[in-house]
Each structure stands twice: as C-alpha cells, then as structure tokens.
Design a protein around this ligand. Sequence first.
Ligand code: GLY
Length: 427
Amino acid sequence: MKILVVGKGGREHAIVWKLAQSDKVNKIYAAPGNVGMAEQAEIVPIEVEDLDGLANFAARNGIDLTVVGPELPLTLGIVDIFESKGLRIFGPNKEAAEIEGSKAFAKDFMQKHHIPTARFKVFESHFEALDFVRTAGFPLVIKADGLAAGKGAVIVNNPDEAKATVENIMVERVFGEAGSRLVVEDFLEGEEVTVMAFTDGERVAPMISAQDHKRIGDGDTGPNTGGMGAYAPTNIVTENLMKQIVEEILEPTVNGLAAMGRIYTGVLYTGLIITDRGPKVLEYNCRFGDPETQVVLPLLDSDLVEIFSDIIEGYLNVKEIKWKDASSVCVVLASRGYPASSEKGIPIEGLENCESDNCVVFHAGTARGSGKYITAGGRVVGVTSVDSTMKGALERAYECVDRISFDGMQFRRDIGRKVRNLSNSFL
Ligand code: GLY
C-alpha cells in the first residue's frame, strides 16, 4: 500500500513510525511532514489546510490510504472531499468532527445523550456572558466555542478574571472566529486522563489510557501548552473504570452521533476527569491526541494499517486489537519562550545518540541547517521510551533526554510523577 499521512508534529511522526512497521506498506508520504519523518516517509510540501491539493496528490500518486493527524483538515471536511473523489481516507467527516469543532455542539450533545460532563451555559452575546459571570460561583471554566490550538479553555477564580477572559475571547477575539460563542462550565475536581478509541461508527475499541502534562512547568505550574509529555498506561483507569468509560461515555457518544446521522469513524479522543462521582468528559477531540499518541502507539501490538483499513471497510474487529504488556513515557523538549513564542534555528546536539530498541525520538519542530538538526518550533521533539515497567520507561526516557541539548531547551522533570506517587506496585 501507498499511504499519505497529513500533519507535521510528533503525533504524525509516531503514526508514520508505527505504519512503517507494517508489511502491508510499500511507501509512506507525509504532507507537510517534518525532517524527522524523512527516514520513513517522503516529504511532500502541501499544507494541512490545502484540502484540494492533498486530494489531487492522493489521486495522482495512487495513494491507497490517507491518514489525517490534526483537527483542522477534519473540521474543514477533508474526509468528505476525499470520499467524493473515491479516495480512501481515515477519520471522521465534517459533521462528525464538529464534536471537536464546536464546544457548544459537544456540550449540547452530551446533555441530550446523558453523557456525564460539567454543568454549562452557552453564550452568543458577550453582554449576557458578562452578566452571568458577575454573580456566578467560582472557579469556573470559560471556553471559546471553536478551535483554539488547545489554548481556548481558561480557569477563572473571580469575577475580574472572568470578565477579562470573556472580553479577550468574545470582544478582542484572541482566538478569532472561535470566540464568537462561549461555553461557561463548572470547574470539576479530579484526576485528568485521556482515553482514545478506534471506532467504525458502531463498534468501539478503547486504547490504553494515557495522561498528558499540559502546563509548561513541573508540578503543573505556568501556562498551558500543547502538552509537555505523557505516559501510558495510567493506573487511574482500572479495568472496571475502563468498562464504565466505554459503557457510559464512548459507546453512547458513537451511538448518539449515529442517531443524529453523523456516523463517526476514526479515532475518538475523550479528555476525562475522574471525579468522586465518576468519569466526566472535559473535551472531545476528533483525532489522535498529541503527545498521547507518542506513548500509546508504541504499546500497540497489532498492525495499525489493518485497523485503519477495517474501519474504512466498516467492520472493526475489536477482539483482534492487541496491546503490549509494557509502559511508555514521552518527555517533550521545547524551545526557549514556548508557549508564548519560540526561538528557531538553534542547533540540536545529541539526537543521534538516542535511537535504540527502547527509545525513539519523535520530531515536531525541527529542521535541517548546515548539515545539522536545528529547532524550528515550540515543541521540538518528544523522547519516548518503552519498558516492561513504568520505572524502567521513566529512567530510559530521562537518560535519553540528558543526551540531547540545545540552547534554551525546556522540559519537565516530573513526567509520570503522579503515577509514581499513586502506587508503588505499579512500578
Ligand atoms: N493532548 C491534548 C490534545 O491532543 O488535544
């Protein structure tokens, strides 16, 4: 098969890396890709929002399967365009992807289908939103309705912070049109986890649970980022809890969307909070998570091409999906200034010292300059390791991190600390 992977981050590098292990694959292209993928894929300079460009490329080059990493092309309708041209593509169509594209749609949907989530209100007028937050109880979470690169949810602790946030989103439009509507919801206490699932629109196969680390600093301090690291599996999602998540969240979501005529196929991402009243949905995403994919796919024992193909053909063989009995850790290395800005063009030392059977470096913001790897974005690489124990995976990941350096390199030293604190037996 010839496969096209759309996207350019660590998530897409992990997808390319996993696909390259399949004996069904002859050739992989990545658009626009990154230099780290070049070993496994031919890089094609087409941006992710150039839907016609991507479809024309797939048609001209006889691509058998296209896999879409980021949410933007999915919410713009890349799947609809490819399918209208008879091209095989993995991911939800535009209507199904609205589960991520509009927070207001997702919240209304959950309420209608009794899927556990925080209480909320949707506002289309900033006057009404301001009126509401003046007298509300705190803390609250304020979310821009549309896509905001993971930065559109703000926790506010008092009326002044709430007023400033409503004005930033709805008046200043810091997230553009994404801020034309607003969701205000209760802040929930609990541990956050990610559960992604493969689905053909009817059957659901949950992946191993993972935990992201959103804040830039150790101990969950500082501003939110795209994600500074992850580990999998979590000891938070026990077998019983996973059963509950499947029965109360994943299956009702897929069935509810199907009942609306929005058949959801692809990867359904749920960002969950485990409260003392059970798991609740904080957010849906219509694609693989990043960096979670960098720890979950290395634990997948089955052939990813077969899973994608089965879903496209309409029958996901849930029982055939097998996972390794191992643990995985990813530590993201970021540029100075991230997440507000990022320095570029800084030489990266030591990447070549990291590749081994148990450690892999997924590239995100890297480029080549004067024959060397240089930085080219905020999140530069994700260092992932796999081991039979979580302790081993953590040690290997940080050993590898210590071999890499670039001026201004930022990373968290506490990825997986919660898992260490939660249970010694897990290690
Ligand atoms: N890790 C969060 C996301 O993928 O949106």
